[in-house]
Every structure is written in C-alpha cells, then in structure tokens.
Design a protein around this ligand. Structure first.
Ligand SMILES: Cc1cc2nc3c(=O)[nH]c(=O)nc-3n(C[C@H](O)[C@H](O)[C@H](O)COP(=O)(O)O)c2cc1C
Length: 172
C-alpha cells in the first residue's frame, strides 16, 4: 500500500479538522496515511516519503502559518527530488480577498526549489476573490478550503480532491 506523509500547521484548529477528514478520505482511497503536526518540529521526516501532502492556512495578510514559518530554514534544505507533493490551503475569501490562500504559493516555491513535483492543482471556479498568489496558470497550486465562509462545501471538495490524488499518486 502506498504511504502518504501529511504535514500540517494550524493556529486555530481549522486545518487540524480538515486534515482529519482528508486522512480518512485518503485511507478510503487505499493509502496508508501518516499525519504530522509540524508544531512538533518534525520536518526532516518528510524525506522518508515519496508522496506528501502539505497543509497550511494563510495568516497575517498573505503569510504562512506560524509553525511553518519556524520550520522554513529546515524546509529550504530538504531534497524533494522524485517526490510528488500535493498542497492544501485554508483561507478566508470574504475578509482577505486580496491575499486569498497566498501561503500555499510559498510552500510550492520550496517544493520547486527542492526539485519536487506539485500535483493536485485545483480549479479557481466556485471561489470569489480578487487576488491570490496561489494561482498558477489559471489554477490553484493545491486544494483550497474556506472554513470561514464555505464550510458546507469542504467535505465534497476533499472527497473530489482525494479522488484526483488517487490518480496522480498512482504507480508509487
Ligand atoms: C488575523 C487573521 C489573518 C488572516 N489572514 C488571511 C489571509 O491573508 N488570507 C486568507 O486567505 N485567510 C486569512 N485568514 C483566515 C485563516 O486562514 C482561516 O481562518 C483559517 O481557516 C485558519 O486556519 P487554522 O485554524 O488552521 O489556523 C486570516 C485570519 C485571521 C484571524
């Protein structure tokens, strides 16, 4: 069974809840899932997975969640060569429409710099925002969830995205 390492940071627990649901969906899709809250400082173990999910909310007008910020120096030294990495971003499109889920763009940069491949890009349709650093070639670089305004859509979005990852992670 292919193994996925899920790494997340969360300040007010929305990402914790989302990751719990995501882990169940990925398990249902046939993956073995190991989940790590990066507040524990466990970044180096990313290197032991070929398949990764990295999840962060955006805070402070476009910035990474605080535990991710503390881990950046380690993240910058990781080798992502040969790894497939999928991103999950939480944000608030009503109150932060000019910085909606910006933080996953920053994680994507580190993955690219480390030689990894990003998978699981997600359509921008269905969201209302002005600007987001997380849009690349007309799609979000990862799954986008808005627990503040569209909580009722989260379960279905996660289910659809887990189905996408089943294909993108196939063969590993
Ligand atoms: C002070 C503050 C700043 C925020 N800044 C942003 C932002 O720039 N962009 C965005 O999309 N969401 C922003 N948010 C919304 C959070 O990303 C959202 O509440 C998220 O679900 C929090 O996840 P967590 O509970 O896992 O920390 C902000 C929220 C607060 C309270």
């Amino acid at each position: 069974m292919a193994k996925i390492g899920v790494f997340y940071g969360s300040t007010t627990a929305n990402t914790v809840m989302v990751v719990t649901t995501l882990n169940s969906e990925l398990a249902r899709a046939g993956f073995e899932v190991e989940s790590h809250n990066i507040a524990g400082g466990d970044i180096k173990s990313m290197e032991s997975y070929d398949l990764l999910v990295l999840a962060t909310p955006t805070w402070t007008e476009g910035e990474l969640q605080e535990d991710w910020k503390k881990a950046l120096h380690q993240l910058g030294s990781l080798d992502f060569t040969g790894k497939r990495v999928a991103l999950v971003g939480l944000g608030d499109q009503v109150n932060y429409p000019d910085h909606f889920v910006d933080a996953i763009a920053e994680l994507a940069e580190y993955v690219y710099l480390g030689g990894g491949q990003i998978v699981g890009q997600w359509p921008v349709e269905g969201y209302k925002f002005n600007k987001s650093a997380a849009v690349e070639d007309g799609r979000f670089v990862g799954l986008v969830l808005d627990q503040n305004n569209e909580r009722e859509l989260t379960a279905e979005r996660i289910r659809d995205w887990a189905g996408m990852l089943q294909e993108e992670f196939a063969g590993y």
